[in-house]
Design a binder for this molecule. Structure first.
Ligand code: SF4
Length: 693
């Protein structure tokens, strides 16, 4: 509520949800928080309904306000901070003493601020000495990160400002339903001819000039067909390929067999449409290829994204003013979250953890011996599935994530979380993961603390506090410091002031691909527009990467020799359909936040199974019925909606819901060997009426 003396001043900040990070102005009067959009360039006065309703999160009735510890009777009950933190530290120490440093793992989130992501990585490697840290971004952007780094030498979601898209004449959107996931972005594509690749005729595809609807799991074959069409129709930019790239011949050796008619056989996308798509892109003066989760969330996700990058390179788009390739990151800090060391294989500055120079540099900033730093850990799926099995960690500390809902094969993950000797969850509202925890730590959220985020264009943003956290709640930074001290670290090694943490993060990133060392809260508060890399105080930042050279030592981008392969599982007599999963406009990620916003939850209180009318009829399903969707891993339940905007061999399920509604009860954890990305987009299923509901 407002302090004595009247309302708090309005603050300019950003939406708590997706990677677009729309600019908002928050103000408070008589205890009620209101939001309005700012004219920040990515949203230019617009918000989606999630942004408009975000203030409700601040007053969620079941907000966590004191620590909880599971007692001998098996019930989570209130505890003091000292008791909760002592319990965590004692049990971490005991597990590590008995079973080694890797007995306890850490799991982070792509919504954490840069400061939190950075301090979490440092906490895991220094205070706990565990190699086992990874985060839920493994489920979102890891495939694009691998493909982008291989192609360009470094990976920044959009290597250009969003506003560059305003001048696009043609845009290929592969697996990105931005009309629902980040609606204000559509405004930037108003003048472009849109080509949308999606098995569903999504709201985005509805606005497209051309909709390509591949069978789920065949995007790679489709992208090879598109490259084939570009080459055989003489639409490639040969001068660009010669001057700015390498590896075309090897890539073409794979693509040469993928004439569009063959790609049609596999993907179902007519060859004529493939050729038309490439012609639209090639004749545009300014064109972009943008990928999203639809291209990435496969057991061949990195290769699939690489195939789209190959197409973009063949057309001469990346690194050309007014054209390009980009990955649309998903989570609020999907970009920054992957740069500061909460990934299993990375240190701050987006450096590899097995790089001796990076280890020496970061260890010096941290004031520790580089030999004491652990090596690479395990990617998220492997980490979660090995928890409590004796073949992996025995305890897990979770910050800003809800893997009981968001991880693939979530019934198994729920069992693993429950079987762990120690599960600690820091969050600001209860979730399906806090319900399984031994200790729950209530932390500040979004508009209650300061920090920075890095949006999908690599731009640094200030998240500002409108009001302090409620009594009894601490910030994640304070929690990490308090635990680190209990684990024997000097207090000064774990600062809690966001500005101080950010300055240290900058020093740790110096010289790395994502160099933040010239960025400061002071410059951001002075309204400077700063995209990384920004290596000095005087440096203006880098809104556009690759204009003159790519980040490989020879300055050239790399084509990737990639080959199509089938999804990890195919439809069978028992499971004849393909289920694919995704997001809806009203909800965000596991729904732990948006399901608490009355306006959002009232509109979409349960998952809707989209199914073709013919498929529904064969399964004895009709609109409004509850359906059971079963895969080899388990069953989920959803309300039926028949639509003719979906292939008859495919059903669609959103993944924001808990309990028996969890779409991830059916998803396949088969992981991409290059990136660790699981196969959220293809599961063989059968559907039938749900009885007993
Ligand atoms: Fe903008 Fe994304 Fe927030 Fe919607 S959810 S208002 S698109 S930042």
């Amino acid at each position: 509520s407002s302090p004595p003396g009247g309302p708090l001043p309005a603050v300019h900040t950003h939406c708590p949800y997706c990677a677009l990070q729309c600019g908002t102005i928050l103000s408070e009067r008589d205890g009620a928080v209101t939001v309005e959009p700012s004219d920040f360039p990515v949203n230019q006065g617009a918000l989606c309904r999630k942004g408009w309703t975000a203030p409700a999160l601040l007053d969620a009735p079941d907000r966590l306000r004191h620590p909880l510890v599971r007692r001998a009777d098996g019930v989570l009950r209130p505890a003091s901070w000292d008791e909760a933190l002592d319990t965590v530290a004692d049990r971490v120490r005991a597990l590590q003493a008995a079973h080694g440093r890797d007995a306890v793992a850490v799991f982070g989130g792509g919504g954490l601020t840069n400061e939190k992501a950075y301090l979490l990585g440092k906490f895991a490697r220094v205070a706990m000495g565990t190699s086992l840290i990874d985060y839920n971004g493994r489920f979102c952007m890891s495939a694009a990160a691998v493909a982008g780094t291989a192609a360009f030498g470094t990976d920044r979601g959009l290597p250009f400002p969003v506003t560059d898209l305003d001048g696009a004449q043609a845009v290929l959107l592969a697996g990105a339903n931005i009309a629902e996931t980040m609606p204000p972005l559509l405004r930037h594509l108003d003048r472009a001819e849109l080509i949308v690749v999606d098995p569903r005729r999504s709201r985005t595809a509805d606005r497209a000039k051309l909709h390509l609807s591949p069978r789920p799991g065949t995007d790679l074959a489709l992208a090879l067909g598109l490259l084939h069409a570009a080459v055989t129709e003489g639409l490639c930019d040969d001068a660009y390929i010669a001057e700015r790239t390498g590896g075309f011949d090897a890539a073409w050796r794979h693509a040469a067999a993928w004439w569009p008619e063959r790609a049609e056989e596999v993907s179902g996308v007519p060859a004529g449409r493939q050729r038309e798509a490439v012609r639209i892109l090639a004749r545009a003066r300014h064109a972009y290829v943008l990928t999203g989760r639809g291209a990435e969330q496969h057991s061949k996700g990195a290769d699939t994204v690489a195939a789209y990058i190959n197409l973009a390179l063949a057309l001469g788009l990346p690194g050309r003013a007014g054209s390009g390739y980009g990955c649309l990151t998903g989570q609020g800090n999907g970009q920054g979250g992957r740069e500061h060391g909460q990934k299993a294989d990375q240190l701050p500055g987006y450096r590899r953890i097995d790089d001796p120079d990076a280890r020496a540099h970061v260890a010096a900033v941290w004031g520790v011996d580089p030999r004491s730093l652990p090596g690479p850990g395990r990617p998220a799926v492997e980490l979660l599935q090995s928890l409590g099995t004796g073949q992996g960690p025995r305890g897990l500390l979770v910050f800003g994530s809800n893997p009981a809902v968001s991880a693939p094969h979530s019934a198994l993950v729920g069992e693993r979380l429950a079987a762990a000797d120690l599960l600690v969850v820091a969050d600001f509202v209860p979730s399906e993961t806090t319900h399984l925890a031994d200790v729950v730590l209530p932390v500040a959220q979004w508009a209650e603390e300061e920090g920075t985020m890095t949006n999908l264009e690599g731009r640094l943003l200030r998240r500002r506090a409108l009001r302090p956290p409620p009594p009894g709640v601490r910030t994640d930074l304070e929690v990490l410091r308090d635990l680190a001290v209990r684990l024997g670290q000097p207090p000064g090694r774990f600062p809690v002031e966001p500005r101080e943490v950010f300055d240290e993060l900058g020093r740790a990133s110096r010289g790395g691909p994502a160099d933040y060392s010239g960025i400061s809260h002071r410059r951001l508060d002075a309204q400077e527009t700063l995209h990384w890399p920004c290596p000095t105080d005087e440096h203006p930042g880098t809104p556009r990467l690759f204009l003159h050279r790519f980040a490989h030592p020879d300055g050239r981008a790399r084509f990737a020799p990639v080959e199509h392969r089938d999804a990890a599982e195919s439809p069978s007599a028992r499971y004849p359909l393909i289920a694919t999963t995704g997001r809806t406009l009203a909800h965000y990620q596991s729904g732990a936040q948006t399901r608490r916003v009355p306006e959002l939850n009232a509109g979409v209180p349960e998952p809707v199974l989209e199914i073709h009318p013919d498929t529904a009829a064969r399964a004895r399903l009709a609109d409004g019925m509850l359906a059971r969707i079963s895969s080899a891993r388990g069953s989920a339940v959803a309300r039926v909606r028949t639509v003719d905007s979906l292939r008859a061999d495919t059903v669609f399920l959103p993944f924001h819901f808990p309990g028996a509604y969890r779409a991830n009860l059916i998803t396949n954890p088969a992981a991409d060997p290059r990136s660790g990305m699981p196969e959220f987009k293809v599961a063989a299923v059968r559907v039938e009426p749900a009885t007993g509901w």
